[in-house]
Write a protein that binds this ligand. Structure first.
Ligand code: HEC
Ligand code: HEC
Ligand code: HEC
Ligand code: HEC
Length: 334
């Protein structure tokens, strides 16, 4: 049974409820399965993106995860029989779609996990104005309209850095108290957007074929917006903490560190949003059962992060270059 509602928390997670899971418990998926097209549909045109994606953990987790001892042990502690059947693992490790009227995991973390479920925009985003019109002949007005329509239909374009990166943090901070405390799952990744996006995840193969590292100004913006998102999602994580245990301790540590980093970055570049973010975060106590205040602080951080992503292009932020991760730190598949 499907029953869709949007979360009020500002999380990028889509609030699709699946009932009748192993325990009959409700849980959230990252995308609305009714709108998911699956990676094969994207691959019809984006063949080389698919090739790069196949070399990532996002692809391999689909088959590899259920076979891992560590995964079995987490599932046992959570009381889950099958990792892929209506379990708490689906929201982050898998993409689900409707298959013969039922919600089913069809792949790992896919194109749509980051670019939005495609059903309502897949046609419009690639239509330059009729069958015979090529990209170079598209009018400026048509292009603007195409992008606007695609985004209104749920497409997350790479140029919308805050939105596309929000996805990463909604999974990689692991904001699930029970999964961490009871299941013994890692309390999030040591995630930094430049290092984590420029290794195995990189697929800059559409506008040029070479899969080059993103330009320096873009890397600076990724670093900046990524650090802001880390603070935002750490605050959201602490907001969910109800017990003095591993989850609460680690999330609070994450938030403290993220806050400090924002203050340090504020000294490197000219961007008043940074201290505004820091102050908003500092005003909310990192303690248990403080959801309203912490969520409000996270919302303020989000507003400033989004504003920075819209306002700056990174060209004047050379002050960040010494702190950008070096290429040998880029996360590659091992
Ligand atoms: C029918 C062919 C086709 C299919 C199918 C297709 N795309 Fe595209 N895609 C294109 C074309 C053409 C462009 C270039 C658009 C442009 O130049 O603005 C594009 C551009 C993109 C972009 C970059 C947009 C930007 O703002 O620069 C993303 C992201 C993308 N597609 C994702 C996807 C995903 C995810 C799917 C599957 C759900 C998909 N595409 C399916 C043809 C397709
Ligand atoms: C909120 C998102 C989220 C949920 C829900 C989740 N995971 Fe994870 N999991 C992650 C992330 C992110 C990583 C990657 C951690 C890293 O490498 O930094 C991960 C890593 C793992 C790993 C180690 C991966 C490896 O390749 O060795 C295992 C095992 C695992 N998860 C099992 C599970 C199981 C079993 C469930 C369901 C009970 C589950 N996870 C639910 C986000 C999640
Ligand atoms: C983990 C999240 C993630 C996944 C999975 C993902 N993308 Fe992307 N995609 C991004 C990000 C982030 C960018 C912008 C990268 C940058 O600016 O360096 C991007 C950029 C793009 C672009 C523009 C590339 C260019 O040449 O500039 C296209 C097209 C695209 N993605 C399509 C796809 C398709 C098709 C898939 C599935 C095979 C896919 N993406 C999977 C996050 C993702
Ligand atoms: C839907 C949830 C989800 C989203 C969105 C997501 N990830 Fe992941 N990511 C995971 C999980 C789960 C794993 C661990 C997979 C495994 O090994 O089992 C992972 C693994 C990775 C890895 C490999 C880590 C390692 O240990 O080597 C990288 C790199 C990565 N993600 C980067 C990104 C980036 C960059 C983005 C955003 C542009 C992103 N991810 C978005 C869930 C997600």
């Amino acid at each position: 049974m499907m029953n869709a509602r949007l979360l009020l928390t500002g999380l990028a997670l889509f609030g699709a409820l699946i009932m009748g899971s192993d325990q009959g418990r409700a849980q959230q998926l990252h995308l609305d399965p009714a709108k998911v097209m699956g990676p094969d549909a994207c691959g019809e045109c984006h063949k080389s993106s698919i090739e790069f994606w196949k070399g990532s953990h996002h692809f391999s987790t689909f088959k590899a995860l259920p076979r891992k001892k560590e995964a079995r042990s987490i599932a046992d502690k959570m009381g889950l029989k099958r990792i892929k059947a209506g379990s708490d693992c689906l929201s982050c490790h898998f993409t689900s779609a409707m298959v013969k009227g039922k919600v089913k995991p069809i792949a790992g973390i896919t194109c749509e996990s980051c670019h939005g479920a495609g059903r309502d925009w897949i046609k419009v985003h690639s239509d330059f104005g009729g069958k015979d019109v090529k990209a170079e002949n598209e009018t400026a007005a048509h292009k603007a309209e195409r992008y606007a329509k695609s985004e209104a239909a749920g497409m997350i374009r790479p140029s919308k850095l805050y939105k596309v990166a929000q996805n990463c943090y909604s999974c990689h901070t692991v904001p699930n108290e029970k999964l961490v405390n009871k299941g013994g799952h890692a309390a999030g990744s040591k995630f930094e957007l430049v290092a984590w996006s420029q290794g195995e995840v990189r697929h800059n193969v559409w506008y040029s074929k070479k899969n080059q590292v993103s330009p320096i100004a873009r890397l600076r913006m990724m670093y900046l917006v990524g650090r802001a998102l880390d603070l935002e999602y750490a605050l959201r994580g602490v907001a969910k903490a109800t017990k003095k245990a591993d989850y609460a301790v680690k999330m609070a540590k994450r938030a403290k560190k993220a806050r400090k980093r924002i203050k340090a970055i504020a000294k490197l570049i000219e961007a008043p949003e940074l201290m505004a973010m820091y102050k908003a975060a500092k005003a909310a106590k990192l303690k248990l059962n403080n959801e309203a205040k912490l969520t409000a602080a996270a919302d303020t951080v989000a507003r400033h992060a989004q504003a920075m992503a819209d306002k700056y292009d990174g060209s004047t932020f050379a002050g960040l270059d010494p702190v950008l991760p070096k290429p040998k730190k880029y996360k590659r598949k091992k």
